[in-house]
Design a protein around this ligand. Sequence first.
Ligand code: PFF
Length: 466
Amino acid sequence: MEKKRAQWSSKLGFILAAAGSAVGLGNIWKFPGRAYEGGGGSFLLIYLFIVVLLGIPLMLTELALGRASQTNIVNTFKKLGYKQHSWVGWIGVIGAFIITCYYSHVGGWVLRYVFSYAFEAPAIYRDSLGYFYNMLGLHADGTTSIPWTALFFAALFMLLNAVVIIRGVEGGIEKFNKFGMPALFLLLIILLIRSVTLPGAEAGVKYMLSLDLGKVTVNTFFSALGQAFYSLSIGMAILVTYGSYLSKSEDMIKNTAVVCGMDTLVAVLAGFIIVPAVFATLGSGEVGKGGGFAFVSLAGVFAEMPGGRIFGVLFYLLLLFAALTSSISLIESIVAFLTEEFGWTRKRTTIILCLILFLIGCLYTCSQAAIPLKGIWYDGVNGITHPALCDFMEYLTDRIMIPLCALGCCIFVGWVWKPESIIAEVEQSGFRFRLAKAYTVLIRFVAPAAILAILILSIFSGVTLS
Ligand code: PFF
């Protein structure tokens, strides 16, 4: 007898879990830096346009694929009668595996920083770059050591993931998100109030609202497109898996719009927290992006602001919740695949998988410390360059696998399984799909063309997609 498939226990449970997957490190530390680079308000406008035009239809497509097939992403295509398209699912699962290796270690560093701000804030303020590298095993005198602290916290972060995932879809993931997502919103609001009321913050707020078209280039569009995919967790199998736990009676369009809206709201709020705070404390021109920014530049912000230490702890707690709910979704999609395909138990699969992910991730953390790569770390400008392994993992997933998996889904739905099947799946719940015609054009022509453009550009030029 087939076991009954897990399901979200409520609409809110699903929305918070899907939003939890979408809202992650991408929103809080990647988005503000990108928005700044893209000219503030003009980037925001382009980003919103892309979320509405491509993000919502693509998220809907992945969720509906999962709900129609009621299975993991690799098996989805077989179950729908198109086994030859399973490669799309394989890209998703393998991509999720690679992302989790590094994402969970960065999550560990974030966890470390919660404690760092609570107990060692003065040391961070004294030399934020040195503190960061020291955590990663690269010391001021140029010597390197195994970064035990970073590895320990990455292990702890992974343990937190495992505990939630072992408890299952409803009892673990849904429950955690029901607590984690409201906590995240509360922290966002507190930090937003703190940031925009700092003396000198108005310049940053103005910048984020300004339409400086002179700063918009073709790259701005591609940067916004890549950011939107990463931020909404599109192209990584996760949404297919989460859609497969969704009840047949749910209004998928409304749910998708709410999840996309929440993700975008968090990104925009993060932009309005970070950019004004940096303008107020460090001055414009200091807004950076990526790991160095979240761990190094922000120290200057907290050092300058009254109550900075408490807000530092709150900020890293915010990042921690965001990272946890996203990494849980990444790991769950691999666990769903392994348990369903090989009949393994959830508990054993989760423990073994988390252990493997953690061990591979150790190479990522260790390569940051430049143990084998000493000497190529400081670039003299931001003080940061990425060693080869990190670059490779991020390049492969963000620039190749995510777009390829998303493109595969569009082509499959647009031309093989046909948009009518998605429309029928959406309407099964008794809701009319009013924009069905527009959806068909988007999924058959517009989305594949846009994704193909990012793929080609990212392979043949230096455009960075995340
Ligand atoms: N959307 C998450 C973020 O913005 O950080 C990251 C992510 C999660 C990317 C899940 C891809 C994914 F499949």
